[in-house]
Design a protein around this ligand. Structure first.
Ligand code: F0G
Length: 438
């Protein structure tokens, strides 16, 4: 293998480069966000497939992070110059790509895959970016790491910081983080600040803290996070035998993942991993849909809103990775749409009742597939991958509310039945179940 230069960081807007150890998240010249720049691997096309596929057989090898992690298996496209001893890995990734007939039928398509990122160690896709960001934090000798979060990033950072032995500071909007996520964040040991404000306030404050107090920022404006999250796409393509689907549909909040998907598809095409680009569909909640509003304007204007949605993970009104997400949508001939909270919760109930389950924000992708199929934008015979970004138990509060407390009961509500301690009562329930009634 040829001698490689260290991974650099370059401004997305003006191309100015920062050194590999620079902890800043923005270009000092123009304020643009940064991307990682690295020498591409020597292999292309099927040789690169072979390299990545060969590592699948290392799944059980001890002490080989690139073999057992679904992120570091693709290290040539993530952070090529990180050594095995530097890598902070749980490991993560290796999530399932599922097919559930019932969900596909509900969406109105024949072939629907669910890429379930809830299978990551802390229950969301954030672990894929966090393994890289915390690896970088340790490489540059950061003394503390910090993030703003709607709950999943904070849980993930807390876990990886614990693994790396670094103090973590997380800023979350008070009263707006689901129970599972807050509980995890506390349990993993992060210093947890409940900010009187929304996510957008938390992010502003965290960016100031990173600039002025010298903590290392682990939000998705961090280019190392984006590099790790590209592997959702790489792993999914690998699972499909490197055959690109027609559509990839994902929930969109702060737009880090949309940006990462765009970057992954760009590289996959450049390196011959795939021979055609799938279209991206980014789905927002109607009460938190500034990106969808900009899309409707053909991206002439950057919209911001005061966000409100039951899908708290994507309750974001001023997405930080806006510009690179615009590029991702444009390059993939993609679309941005919004779906109502009622549509999200119905989609979630369908995913949950299929035995798969996901958190509310994740179900936005499934609701989005249904909407796009109904509009005729997604054709019935096209191959669709919907990304489920988080685990069903992330938000138990909303589950109980939907199934137990909502009046009138939604069509898919599964009310618990209170009975006397009496076999006759059990028998009546069983008979009703056999008839398909309640
Ligand atoms: N789905 C889930 C479950 C999320 O937690 C998030 C973002 C998204 C989708 C949207 O991804 O922001 O890259 O567009 N959660 C962040 C957090 C904001 O703090 O956990 P995005």
């Amino acid at each position: 293998m040829s001698q490689r230069a260290p991974t650099r960081q370059a401004c997305d807007d003006c191309g100015a480069e920062l050194g590999p150890r620079d902890p800043r998240m923005q270009c000092e010249r123009c304020g643009g966000l940064l991307s990682l720049v690295y020498d591409p691997p020597d292999q292309r096309g099927i040789a690169l497939h072979a390299l990545f596929d060969s590592r699948l057989t290392l799944q059980t090898a001890q002490g080989v992070p690139h073999g057992i992690s679904g992120v570091w298996r693709f290290r040539e496209l993530v952070l090529p110059d990180a050594s095995d001893t530097e890598v902070v890995t749980q490991p993560e990734g290796n999530t399932t790509l599922l097919q559930r007939e019932r969900v596909a039928r509900w969406c109105g398509v024949n072939t629907l895959f669910l890429k379930h990122e809830g299978g990551n160690p802390t229950g969301s896709f954030k672990d894929r970016g966090m393994t890289v960001a915390v690896t970088q934090a340790r490489r540059i000798g950061a003394t503390a790491v910090a993030c703003a979060s709607t709950g999943n990033t904070s849980a993930s950072l807390a876990a990886y910081a614990a693994l790396a032995g670094l103090p973590a500071l997380v800023l979350v909007p008070q009263g707006q983080v689901s129970l599972g996520k807050l509980a995890q964040t506390l349990a993993y040991g992060a210093r947890t600040l409940l900010v009187r404000g929304d996510f957008d306030d938390c992010l502003r404050l965290t960016r100031d803290a990173a600039d002025r107090l010298g903590v290392y920022l682990a939000n998705s404006i961090n280019p190392y996070r984006i590099a790790g999250q590209k592997t959702i796409i790489l792993e999914m393509l690998q699972q499909l035998g490197w055959q690109a689907p027609d559509w990839i549909v994902l929930p969109a909040g702060n737009l880090g993942n949309t940006s990462a998907f765009g970057a992954a598809l760009r590289e996959a095409l450049q390196l011959g991993l795939i021979d055609r680009a799938p279209r991206l569909a980014a789905v927002q909640a109607s009460g938190a849909a500034p990106f969808a509003a900009s899309f409707r304007d053909d991206f002439r204007e950057r919209h911001t809103v005061r966000a409100e949605t039951a899908a708290t993970a994507i309750r974001i009104g001023d997405p930080a990775s806006y510009a690179r997400a615009v590029r991702a949508i444009r390059e993939t001939n993609g679309v941005v749409l919004d779906v109502t909270d009622a549509e999200i919760l119905d989609a979630k109930a369908v995913v949950d009742a299929s035995g798969v389950g996901c958190e509310p924000a994740s179900a936005a992708s499934v609701a989005g597939v249904r909407t796009l199929a109904a509009r005729g934008m997604i054709k019935r015979d096209e191959v669709v991958v919907a990304v489920l970004t988080g685990h069903i138990l992330k938000d138990p509060g909303i589950l109980l509310q939907y199934h137990r407390e909502t009046e009138p009961a939604p069509a898919l509500a599964n009310r618990p039945l209170e009975i006397d301690a009496d076999l006759g009562a059990v028998e009546r329930v069983l008979a009703a179940a056999a008839r398909g009634t309640r």
